[in-house]
Design a protein around this ligand. Structure first.
Ligand SMILES: [Zn+2]
Length: 267
C-alpha cells in the first residue's frame, strides 16, 4: 500500500485501461462466465444462444426484432446504471494530475456519465449510446438517446418498430464492434478519432511520470496493451486492480486484488 501511495503522489499523469470489471460495482454483469449471462437471460439458454451469438451482426440480419430485444435491454440497463463511487474517486485523482486518458472496451458510457471528458475517453469497441445503419449505407453515427421500445420478455423480441437509419430507412444497430463485424460493416471512424487523440496524448506525455491503471480487465488484448504501454513511457508504474488472481505478474507491477469500488474509495 505504501508503494501505491508513493506512486500516486509522484505521478504527473494517469493512463487508465478499463474492462468490464470497472462497471461490475455499478451492477453491470461482466458475462465472462456463461452462467452469469444465463442468470440474466434464462430464455437464451433454452434457445441455445450465448453472449457471442447475441452480440453478432449475423443475428441482427437474421432476425432484427429478436436481436434488438437484447440491444434494447442492454441500452436500458446501461442508461439506468449509475457510476459507482470508484469512478468518482478515480476522476478526482485524474483531475489532480497534469493529464489523463482512458482506454476502455466497455460500451456502457459510464466514464463519460461520471464526468470524464469525452476527448479523454477512447471507447475502443464503440458505445451503446450511438447508432449506425446496419447496411451501413453511410459512415456516420447518431445518438441512441430517446429510444424507448417495448420488449416481449417471453420471446425477447421488440414489439415496436425498430429505430431506423435516417438515410435509407433500414434497421439501425448500436455502434459497437460486434462478433463477425468487418471494417465495412462496423462504422469504426468515430472511434478512430480517439485513436488519433490517444496517439497524440502518448507523444505529449511520453516523458512524464506515468501511473497506468489496468482495471477490471479480463480480455488478454487489453492486458497486453497495458503491459506494452508501460514500455512506451520513460517512467511508468503499472497498477492492476482486479478481484481475480492473476497468474502472471510483471516486474514491479502493483497488484490490488479487489473490486474497483473497494480499491479506490479508501484513497
Ligand atoms: Zn442506411
Amino acid at each position: 500500500m505504501k508503494k501505491l501511495t508513493t506512486s500516486i503522489n509522484e505521478a504527473e499523469a494517469i493512463l487508465i485501461f478499463a474492462g468490464a470489471g470497472m462497471s461490475a460495482d455499478s451492477g453491470l454483469t461482466t458475462y465472462q462466465d456463461k452462467e452469469g449471462f444465463y442468470r440474466d437471460y434464462p430464455l437464451y439458454k433454452k434457445l441455445n444462444k450465448n453472449y457471442v451469438s447475441m452480440m453478432s451482426c449475423q443475428e441482427l440480419l437474421a432476425d432484427s426484432q429478436f436481436a434488438w430485444g437484447y440491444f434494447a435491454h442492454q441500452y436500458k440497463l446501461y442508461s439506468e446504471a449509475l457510476p459507482h463511487e470508484g469512478y468518482k474517486k478515480l476522476l478526482e485523482l485524474c483531475l489532480s494530475k497534469e493529464d489523463y486518458f482512458v482506454v476502455t472496451t466497455n460500451v456502457d458510457g459510464l466514464f463519460k456519465k461520471a464526468g470524464f471528458s469525452a476527448n479523454c475517453v477512447h471507447e475502443v469497441h464503440g458505445s451503446i449510446h450511438n447508432l449506425q445503419c446496419s447496411i451501413p449505407c453511410h459512415r456516420n453515427i447518431w445518438l441512441t438517446e430517446g429510444i424507448n421500445v417495448e420488449i416481449d420478455y417471453s420471446t425477447m423480441k421488440v414489439l415496436d418498430t425498430l429505430p431506423c437509419c435516417p438515410k435509407c430507412g433500414f434497421v439501425s444497430r448500436p455502434n459497437i464492434c460486434m462478433y463477425g463485424d468487418t471494417d465495412d460493416s462496423y462504422v469504426w471512424e468515430a472511434a478512430d478519432e480517439n485513436t488519433k487523440r490517444f496517439k497524440e496524448w502518448r507523444k505529449k506525455n511520453q516523458h512524464k511520470k506515468m501511473l497506468i491503471f489496468e482495471i477490471g480487465v479480463g480480455a488478454e488484448g487489453l492486458k497486453r496493451h497495458s503491459r506494452m504501454y508501460r514500455e512506451v513511457f520513460s517512467d511508468a508504474t503499472l497498477v492492476r486492480v482486479n478481484p481475480e488472481k492473476e497468474s502472471i505478474e510483471y516486474g514491479d507491477m502493483i497488484n490490488i486484488q479487489t473490486g474497483v469500488k473497494d480499491a479506490f474509495v479508501p484513497l
